[in-house]
Design a protein around this ligand. Structure first.
Ligand code: UDP
Length: 438
């Protein structure tokens, strides 16, 4: 007997760690091999063009300091063309970056290469981010384009680090195509914008959560509505619904349709602030302060499952009440009384649009709730009744395609006809037609 003193548990743990290390080496190794191989082929193939560009810019190169893997500094080289030259406008000045990829300072895909001054802002603790070579194309860039860039860039980098690898990178390349078409994110834009005569608050996800947090603290009542392309289409021919939407305390831009509308109208939308992504962030905020939530809507038993999800994942949240969304007109008064007796900080109503928003608006002042909002199919997602689109589809901003596939009979008109009609109307608004101002 050789008394190594290792318990079976210890041996198992070491085996797991060993396997994880081997996996990491393989992932990073294969990624590196692909980078180097493709950069080499590209350099050989492009060498005549590169030589021509070098001559045409008079041999002038610019060097920019960047941080590589483990924050190791390196220089990113580009051709020094005049700002207005054709080569510059086509982005050809950046081609020497392939050399950095060949040398292993950069990768095709990876977290953005930071400038040295940005190091203070980046979270140094995110070791997974720093363990990777920075890349030309990042997950954060894609999410910014799809208006799904919630949280911070460093968190997204860390997330990328969790499942970095060649296969994942190919997915990112595929996602980059729609991202490029959606256009840039919106850093500078107005705080309030309108699309087809509908007023919208141009907040980011975290600003929206702060807004709600503020109302809860001061116990102000307020209604929040999520505006998507389908709502806008309904409001087009329904003045009552239009007034309901425009009377909200806060109206948030939901979905890629609104982002595209913002681009077309030159009023960029900052972020896709939809109820389903907002919900867990809101629950976290409610849990912090021990605040309460009332869930009204969906089929019997569904709201209970959502309440259980919230209580399980956000300890400290109080469930003020639950009730399904299939009650008769005679029971309406009783439902209002149930809510007002519970006096929740936040009331979520999931009847689908437009009914949920009209219902809230008609009972404003009698619900005794702090913040009330219509959340559509949210309960079905969080109860697990209907699965939500996978993250990669959300990154491509095609969650709607997934919804269509789940319920084609009900959704084809909303998405395939509706989205098209919506963008057509936005195009008309761009041309100065405003038929809603009758
Ligand atoms: N619903 C309800 N009462 C009704 C009709 C519908 O509570 O009388 C619920 C339905 O069960 C579903 C939600 O409202 O959970 C509507 O979901 P949908 O996906 O249509 O909403 P959207 O997000 O499309 O507005």
């Amino acid at each position: 007997m050789h008394g190594t003193g290792r318990s079976a548990e210890e041996v198992r743990r070491r085996l797991v760690i060993g396997r994880q290390r081997a996996w990491l080496r393989w992932t990073l190794g294969s990624k590196r091999a692909l980078d180097a191989g493709s950069a080499f082929l590209l350099l050989v193939g492009l060498s005549p063009l590169l030589a021509m560009l070098l001559v045409s810019c008079g041999g002038r190169l610019t060097r920019q300091a960047r941080l590589g893997r483990w924050a190791e500094p390196f220089e990113m080289v580009s051709f020094d063309f005049e700002p207005k030259s054709v080569a510059r406008r086509l982005g050809l000045h950046r081609l020497p970056v392939v050399v950095s990829i060949l040398r292993g300072e950069l990768s095709w895909i990876g977290p953005r290469a930071l400038e040295p001054a940005e190091l203070t802002a980046a979270d140094r603790e995110q070791w997974r981010r720093w363990d990777l070579r920075p890349g030309l194309l990042s997950l954060w860039w894609i999410r910014t384009r799809a208006n799904n860039n919630y949280g911070t860039e460093w968190e997204t980098d860390s997330e990328y680090g969790q499942d970095a690898g060649v296969w994942n990178d190919m997915g990112i390349v595929a996602r980059a195509i729609p991202a490029a078409l959606y256009g840039s994110g919106a850093a500078i834009t107005e705080d309030e914008i309108s699309v087809l005569g509908l007023r919208m608050d141009n907040l980011t996800m975290s600003e929206a959560v702060d807004w709600i947090g503020q109302r809860i603290r001061t116990r102000e009542t307020a209604a929040i509505r999520f505006l998507n392309a389908d709502c806008a289409n309904r409001a087009w021919s329904d003045d009552g619904y239009r007034d309901v939407l425009n009377s909200a305390g806060l109206t948030l831009a939901d979905g890629i349709g609104l982002k595209l509308a913002g681009q077309i109208l030159g009023r960029p939308v900052r972020q896709n602030v939809n109820g389903t992504d907002l919900f867990p962030k809101l629950c976290a905020r409610l849990a912090e302060g021990g605040h309460s939530l009332f869930l009204l809507g969906a089929k019997p038993g569904v709201a209970e499952l959502v309440a259980a999800w919230a209580a399980e994942n956000h300890k400290g949240i109080r469930i003020a009440g639950v009730r399904d969304g299939y009650f008769s007109a005679e029971q309406d008064e009783e439902v209002v009384r149930q809510i007002s007796a519970a006096s929740p900080d936040v009331l979520l109503v999931a009847f689908g649009a437009p009914r949920q928003d009209v219902w809230i608006a008609a009972r404003a002042g009698r619900l005794g709730a702090g913040v009330a909002m219509g959340v559509g199919g949210l309960f079905d997602f969080y109860s697990g009744r209907i699965p939500r689109a996978p993250q990669w589809m959300r990154d491509m901003a095609v969650e709607w395609l997934y919804r269509f596939w789940q319920e084609p009979g009900r959704m084809w008109r909303r998405y395939f006809v509706g989205n098209f009609v919506f963008l057509l109307r936005v195009g008309l608004e761009r041309l100065g037609r405003r038929p809603w101002e009758k």
